[in-house]
Design a protein around this ligand. Structure first.
Ligand SMILES: Cc1ncc(COP(=O)(O)O)c(C=O)c1O
Length: 362
């Protein structure tokens, strides 16, 4: 934390109009509707200014906006869960915030303070309480973002930044049961390399992954399984998920080598597996090792972890023309147990032994 931090109380301007009546809460699409309020704060003259919560709406920009040319932007993605009439749980906001500032440092974006962040989340949840969906599996997605907002056309660090937090009600990811995903390794493309920006949650990482992801989808796969950029051999992660392999009784999770996004769900998965007595290894794991484990019958489960789906079973992996099938198109027992435990904690149904949940009284 540095001198750029602000500890000013948040000024609130209540929305006079709500379009909540136009939203079909039984058929929510991810990221399509937004809560009535948004948080806004600007960095200028070397410091963060006054934090404000105001009606969600358009912002005025010019085509010279720095971020649109040079991509200096960081964001986060987390969720809040309806527990009862008086309580909403935010899942691990402290760890998301830590990653937000880590990403900011990598992108030369000024850090911000946790106090403002958590007060903004609490206020947004209270103000937009009626936007938090109540059905099982649904949640309020929370998207903090900071981007360079100087107007100039030169490739240099911006002097001005805009910080927003917006919210979006999201439906149950698995409305009709689990759908195992199919993955393919990318032919000739890489997502990130150590020393680059892969471990930061920054806009360009996603833009760069769209073409290989599109090609994978055209070939009939759900997502790309990224391999390391140097040897093209070690497994890194999936589009918006980390990945885990249950081989024998060992949970193997690709190590954070500098090019993998350190997922909050990944961290929760490995902590629970260790508590439950599994051998937990965070290490390099090659695609050949996974294919070998499949052929000798020790590959029990493969699943992704991430805020959106929590746990996403992997049904097939294609690499160099060969395909392995895992778990007969069903979610494995271990992945199911992790899903039940994490979602149980999120919705306040299972005791929060790790202090992962930040409860907000609404
Ligand atoms: C590239 C990438 N990897 C992994 C993850 C999973 O991270 P988390 O569990 O924090 O959502 C995400 C989603 O945020 C992601 O975008």
């Amino acid at each position: 934390m540095n001198e750029t931090l602000t500890k000013t109380a948040i000024k609130i301007k209540q929305a006079e109009y709500s379009n909540i009546g136009e939203v079909d809460f039984d058929n929510l699409q991810f990221g399509k509707h937004f809560g009535d309020h948004m948080f806004e704060m600007e960095f200028r003259n070397g410091e963060w200014g006054e934090p404000v919560i105001k009606p969600f709406g358009k912002i005025e920009i010019t085509p010279a906006l720095n971020v649109m040319h040079y991509g200096q932007a960081v964001f986060e993605g987390m969720k809040a869960f309806y527990v009862d009439e008086n309580t909403v749980n935010i899942f691990r906001p402290d760890v998301h915030f830590e990653r937000f500032n880590n990403s900011a440092r990598r992108m030369c974006i000024p850090e911000s303070d946790y106090e403002t962040f958590i007060s903004a989340l609490e206020e947004l949840i209270r103000l937009d309480k009626k936007w938090i969906p109540k059905k099982p599996g649904t949640a309020m997605y929370i998207r903090p973002v900071i981007f360079a907002s100087d107007d100039y056309l030169a490739a240099r660090v911006s002097d001005i930044y805009s910080y927003y937090i917006i919210t979006s009600p999201v439906g149950a990811y698995y409305a009709e049961g689990f759908n195992p995903v199919s993955l393919t390794t990318p032919n000739g493309y890489v997502r990130a390399v150590k020393g680059g920006t892969g471990e930061a949650k920054t806009a360009g990482n996603y833009a760069a992954s769209f073409l290989p992801a599109k090609k994978a989808q055209q070939a009939g796969y759900t997502q790309v399984l990224w391999l390391d950029a140097i040897e093209n051999k070690y497994i890194e992660e999936v589009g918006t998920m980390n990945i885990h392999f249950l081989i024998g009784d060992t949970l193997i999770t690709p190590k954070l080598t500098g090019s993998v996004l350190p997922g909050v769900t990944r961290r929760s998965v490995t902590a629970l597996a260790a508590e439950w007595g599994y051998n937990v290894e965070e290490r390099k794991i090659s695609i050949d090792e996974v294919f070998e484990a499949s052929s000798n019958g020790t590959l029990k489960e493969v699943f992704g972890s991430g805020t959106a789906a929590v746990i996403s079973p992997v049904g097939t992996i294609e690499h160099d023309g060969n395909t392995i099938h895992i778990g007969n198109g069903k979610i494995g027992d271990f992945a199911q147990k992790l899903f039940d435990e994490i979602t149980g904690i999120q919705y306040g149904k299972i005791e929060d032994r790790h202090n992962w949940v930040h409860s907000v009284e609404v």
